[in-house]
Design a protein around this ligand. Sequence first.
Ligand code: DX5
Ligand code: ZN
Length: 219
Amino acid sequence: MTNKLIAPSVLAADFANLQRDVEMINTSDADWFHIDIMDGVFVPNISFGMPVLRDIAKHAKKTIDVHLMIVDPDRYIQTFADLGSDILTVHYEACTHLHRTLQAIKSTGMKAGVALNPHTSIQLLEDVIQDIDMVCIMSVNPGFGGQSFIENTYNKVIALKELITKKGASTLIEIDGGVTNKNAKQLVEAGADVLVAGSYVFKSSDPITTIKDLKTLIN
Ligand code: DX5
Ligand code: ZN
């Protein structure tokens, strides 16, 4: 894949001006909306849930990439499909029967993603990589925006790219957490396809330009 993608994380948006921020992403060079759903159990934070996603989806004109940081995600697969998710990512650490969960996601027509916590080895995906549309490598511990990037992520991206190539899979590699203009280029050089960026985009004085510059930097 040559076109490397930017997925702004709506977690860092201004929720009192959510439509404005959704329209900003629509207008910008961003490729996807990244939506973080946290349940306060799998991660020590609660973000937002179905009604907020429903209203984002009403206005969003780009791919909706939903990152579930919840226990027992199987319970909500159909709900997220009905809400308009295009890609549904579950955590490896939250799925006892990951293969079954992936099939259930794909049976709704959504793409299936698997996220790995920083301590979770790429090699655990060896027997299931061909069934995964996207692997999300967490480059921070999930739960909060605005944390610093974990440097070991580069090694994980390289290992994952090798695994994907070895297995002849077409899985995309997404990086989530602490992405800025300082690490973006090295991440795509290591093999990343999609970069999530929350604080770096929304805390900047000119998010449209920040997205444009990041997109130019990686393509
Ligand atoms: C963290 C979330 C991330 C977060 C990224 O648990 O999964 O998507 O919003 O935010 P930044 O880019 O601020 O690290
Ligand atoms: Zn995320």
